[in-house]
Design a protein around this ligand. Sequence first.
Ligand SMILES: [Zn+2]
Length: 111
Amino acid sequence: MIPEPTCVLCGQATKTTEHLFMLCEWIKQIWADPKLNIDITPLNIAQMDKWVCAFLTSKNTMELKSFFGGAIWQIWKGCNALVFQNRKPNPRAILEDASFITQLFVRWNQQ
Ligand SMILES: [Zn+2]
């Protein structure tokens, strides 16, 4: 029998897309940042694809939507750094990197 994969960040839950990007206690620090201020609970978030679509089609500004996408990208990179380089990601660094790539994205996409 193959064991279910465990979350690389907390080591306490089954690794699902929803857990890794939204529900892990470690990740919730990122979404709770005042710039994003997204309250995530298993009750208000059931599926990542619906959550992402709802955020991206909301009335939020393009900059905030870009920051949201940048945060997801940096979370993924942080998990990969832990798995492949044994480098523990830092929530503050993830937010700073997301902010940086958001600034670049907005600057490059100004009309
Ligand atoms: Zn976890």
